[in-house]
Design a protein around this ligand. Structure first.
Ligand code: CA2
Length: 142
């Protein structure tokens, strides 16, 4: 059975509770239940943290233990060389995902510090961005 780690960064614990116009109304835990029903043959691991170092620790561990990582690094996407270095340091493919279309938003969201280390980037499809990230990892390894 393949194992995929989903990682959510800062403030994504608020999904479904604030800014529904941008991020929708569904919380991540209930979306994760749907994903697990859709992919019974995958082990889907999930962590969320508001702390950069915790995200890095998770990439280090999952990057060796899992077959791929789906990463929404939140606002650290736009700032964190440390996350880029962590992504580049592990063998597992990392897919960068965003719920919103960052290119339709403020200029500072148009640049990602982490994309260069990732297999690819998916943005703008709401929570479905995570499923598309999973599909990308499955196809990459087929
Ligand atoms: O669109 C995305 O998924 C983002 O990664 C979300 C980040 C933002 O900084 C990126 O530019 C794009 C922000 C996550 C904040 O999540 C919230 C969710 C609900 C309510 C408030 C914040």
């Amino acid at each position: 059975m393949k194992t995929i780690q989903i990682i959510n960064g800062p403030n994504l614990n608020l999904l479904g509770r604030r800014e529904p116009d941008i991020y929708g109304t569904q919380g991540f835990e209930s979306y994760l239940e749907q994903l697990r029903l859709r992919y019974p043959d995958l082990q889907l691991r999930f962590m969320q943290s508001n702390h950069e170092g915790d995200l890095i620790d998770c990439i280090h561990e999952a990057g060796y233990a899992c077959d791929g990582i789906v990463l929404n690094a939140g606002a650290y996407t736009h700032t964190s060389v440390a996350l880029l270095d962590a992504i580049k340091a592990v063998p597992a493919p990392v897919v960068e995902v965003h719920i919103s279309n960052v290119h339709q938003r403020e200029d500072f969201r148009h640049h990602s510090m982490i994309s260069a280390g990732c297999l690819g980037v998916i943005c703008g499809f709401g929570l479905d961005s995570y499923r598309l990230g999973i599909e990308a990892i499955i196809k990459h390894q087929a």
